[in-house]
Design a binder for this molecule. Structure first.
Ligand code: NDP
Length: 491
């Protein structure tokens, strides 16, 4: 017998462990060629006669035409909401609850379609739209459906009444989820709404209009006016509104606040953030690395509460950065519809420019940049996961919201120093603390000027938990019982 050739022991690791493509079926969603405005329960052509094309940021492919709402269109939507308010606000609360429950169930039934639409229009990985955005959007409607007929128990001794017409302006980072955060509590409290989605991500809102039709939401209770920033500005200026709820940049939030000064319109603002993710040397390090990665690379870092500043205790800095870089090298960047993708496309070319400009400033100010080797697709807008070490507190990348997959690492020695550095920002939306000592988490949480403090986790959301900021991150809370209050007045 001749010698048997031994199998080769060496296997090229990359070839053996590459992931085969796992695309989600795209044809589960079919967009209409054109979407009008959703006013009074119907799709109507804009009086402005103006339309724009929404494209997929991962391929630059046009997806659909969408109406550009003008001043007259916004006025019509507010009129429709005012008219509907008369009956909706008097409806038996348990009947309002039924409508919200129906919306929640339909969101669950149509979850795959909506998740694919969200990933196509916004660029986020399908595993995030499927496992985070959609389940949470449905959960918000379920949660507030439960409150609709229990408002007097939420505020004992006070007589809660709806405000009227709520103008709601949402950003592009969580289009359907932010819609749910806004619409669910407003309707539960008996208000009607006019929602303005972001210019780059209007499509899931238009699909939501169809969900409203299916759920038999009475005409005019939900109105959706697409368009750019000018449409949002018209909405804020409309005299027939009673409330504005805005999520977006701090600059636009301030402009809205100025516009509303002296008017009897209540306001909640959920603005930017520059969260500190604080890692103590006694923490479970590998778990912390996962939390850091989730904190900043989730949704390409397009997250107001992203853990964009990593504060590491000096004694473990080198070890942690080594582990983090190794973990970053395993992140898969690419097609948002591939179920293996961790980091999708940047939402727009304008946002990509903003990220690139701030990253350039980090290099120029002397921080040390690391990006794992990764091949970025040729079409669309992409940015590799990035970490900066040797960052000083004065650097722009430690001060300004980048809203991209970019992490700035700073160090501290004592808990007091960690608190001081974490609070050294104009923002105050969220923070994370990693330590094995529960008492230290509580000690830190008392001192951190952040609306949310996560202990040994990050970016966890629940409809029953209030969310909102301090300082220039805004005011008012969304979620939980607290999220009802901005939509009520008390007699
Ligand atoms: P904006 O604040 O401009 O957008 C948020 C929403 O407000 C969108 O629907 C937008 O419409 C609308 N809008 C814009 N201008 C006005 C106005 N004058 N009056 C009323 N509504 C208006 O954010 P950008 O999209 O420009 O993003 C810029 C930066 O803001 C990001 O880099 C990030 O740092 C931050 N940001 C923070 C968010 C958060 O969740 N806190 C979310 C989004 C951005 P349109 O999209 O059509 O312009």
């Amino acid at each position: 017998m001749g010698a048997v050739e031994k199998p080769r022991a060496e296997v090229a690791a990359t070839a053996a462990w590459d992931y085969a493509p796992a695309p989600e079926a795209r044809d589960i969603v079919s967009f209409e060629r054109r979407y009008g405005l959703f006013i009074g329960g119907e799709q109507v052509a804009p009086r402005s006669r103006s339309w724009f094309t929404t494209i997929s940021p991962s391929t630059e492919e046009p997806l659909a035409e969408v109406a550009q709402g003008g001043q007259k269109d916004v006025a019509l939507a507010v009129d429709a909401a005012r008219e509907a308010f008369r009956t909706w606000s008097r409806r038996k609360p348990s009947e309002r609850a039924k409508v919200l429950f129906r919306i929640a169930r339909i969101l669950q039934e149509r979850a795959r379609e909506l998740a694919v639409a969200e990933s196509l229009d916004g660029g986020k990985p399908i595993k995030e739209s499927r496992d985070v955005d959609l389940p949470l959007a449905a959960a918000h409607f379920f949660y507030y459906a439960g409150w609709a007929d229990k408002l007097e128990y939420a505020f004992p001794g006070r007589r809660p009444r709806p405000l009227g017409v709520a103008a709601q302006i949402v950003p592009w980072n969580f289009p359907l989820l932010m819609l749910a955060w806004k619409i669910a509590p407003a309707l539960a409290c008996g208000n009607t709404v006019v929602l303005k989605p972001a210019e780059t991500t209007p499509l899931t809102a238009m699909l939501f209009a169809d969900v409203c039709r299916q759920a038999e939401v009475p005409p005019g209770v939900v109105n959706i006016v697409t368009g750019d920033g000018s449409t949002g500005a018209y909405l804020v200026r409309e005299q027939g509104i009673d409330k504005v709820a805005f999520t977006g940049s701090t600059d636009v939030g301030k402009a809205i606040q100025r516009e509303l000064a002296g008017r009897e319109v209540s306001l909640t603002l959920e603005l930017g953030g520059k969260a500190a993710n604080i890692v103590f040397d006694d923490c479970a390090l590998d778990q912390a690395v996962e939390g850091i990665v989730n904190g900043i690379y989730f949704n390409q870092g397009h997250v107001c509460c992203a853990g964009s500043r990593l504060l590491v205790q000096e004694s473990i800095h080198d070890q942690l950065v080594r582990k983090l870089k190794r973990r970053m090298a395993t992140l898969r960047v690419g097609d948002p519809l591939d179920k293996n993708t961790d980091v999708g496309a940047i939402n727009s070319s304008a946002q990509l420019e903003r990220i690139a400009e701030l990253v350039q400033s980090g290099v120029e100010e002397g921080a040390e940049l690391y990006q794992p080797p990764c091949r970025l697709p040729e079409k669309g807008w992409w940015f590799a996961p990035t970490v900066f070490t040797n960052v000083a507190q004065s650097h722009r990348i430690a001060q300004e919201e980048i809203f991209g997959p970019v992490l700035s690492v700073l160090t501290f020695r004592t808990p007091d120093e960690a608190v001081e550095k974490a609070n050294n920002t104009m923002y105050g939306l969220s923070a994370g603390v990693w330590t094995e000592k529960g008492s230290r988490i509580l000690w830190m949480a008392e001192r951190l000027r952040s609306g949310v403090v996560w202990g040994n986790t990050f970016n966890r959301f629940d409809p029953s938990s209030p969310f909102g900021g301090y300082k220039e991150s805004g005011f008012g809370r969304e979620g939980g019982r607290h999220g009802l209050e901005p939509y009520l007045r008390f007699e």
